[in-house]
Design a binder for this molecule. Sequence first.
Ligand code: AMP
Ligand code: MG
Length: 339
Amino acid sequence: MNTKQLTKAELEEAAQILRRGGLVGIPTETVYGLGANGLNPEAVEHIFQAKGRPQDNPLILHIPTVAWLERYCQEIPSTAYELAQAFWPGPLTMILKRKDCVPDVVTAGMETVGMRCPSHPLCRQLLELADVPVAAPSGNLSGRPSPTTAADMWEDMDGKIDAILEGGSCSVGVESTIIDLTCTPPRLLRPGGITLEQLQEVLGEVAVDAAVTRQLQGEEKPKAPGMKYRHYAPKAPVIVVTGKPEETAAYILEHSTKQEGILCFEEYEHLFPENQVRSIGSSGDKNQQARRIFQALRAFDHTDVTQIWAQCPDTSGIGLAIANRLKKAAGFHVIDLTY
Ligand code: AMP
Ligand code: MG
């Protein structure tokens, strides 16, 4: 298949492709998504094929306004509207009870569906023009770091999908926060651009799913099926080191060899003149770290490093999402210097 590059001026063509059952790479504020008409099971099926995504991993439905929630969800609690008021359009996905019109392939047969109203201006225009809910996971090949530029998406999806809509670099850089509103208290299933602290301000008590912070054991099942897979991973194995930045930098300096890659805060780049080094930005700027984390992980795939050492921010604010992506990329191989 010849994948077409589409620009802002060709938005109508992107909308048409979606309406007629094709696949489009779509910029959002979080990461690039791989979108299809969410009411067309065959089109949604093709998302799983293009990504090599396991069938039991459901997709998120993207809608242009909160008013569309009732088309696809039932028994919607008032907290959904409170969250929408506070954070939509934006990087928050709500898990709600689905209506029967939502195809099984979208929800992996579950009775719930993930709903999001994104804020990226081009994405919003596309959703309005397409006039269908767009089912979309991140636009990477399954298991790889998510794409945060159109170029990343080309790397993974060239020849596999109908088109990629060019929409610049993603402003958040990590996937949406997922909050399950079908349980009490509401449960954070995946940390993201809307922080736990922000959710607590609206909801009060919020439970945090175990899969957010640690590897699940044996029979334990995460409520977001996607959280059980190794994910976001570059080709070389990753070791995450947590603790104070100056201490983790010193630890990595002591234990790494020059064949190994270093993913670090920019203050420590100069310590590793002989290594492949990728900076995720200043240790004090977590928003920048979030924007850079996936590209930094991807960049090592163009080198011959045998292993990657990664510094990790603390888990306050969006640090929880960055730490979660890094630890998952590492298969939870973490050296914790905070004890
Ligand atoms: P992605 O956007 O590629 O990260 O994929 C969507 C994520 O949303 C996956 O981790 C899914 O497991 C999660 N998800 C989608 N729908 C649901 C749902 N109904 N319940 C729980 N998690 C969901
Ligand atoms: Mg994904």
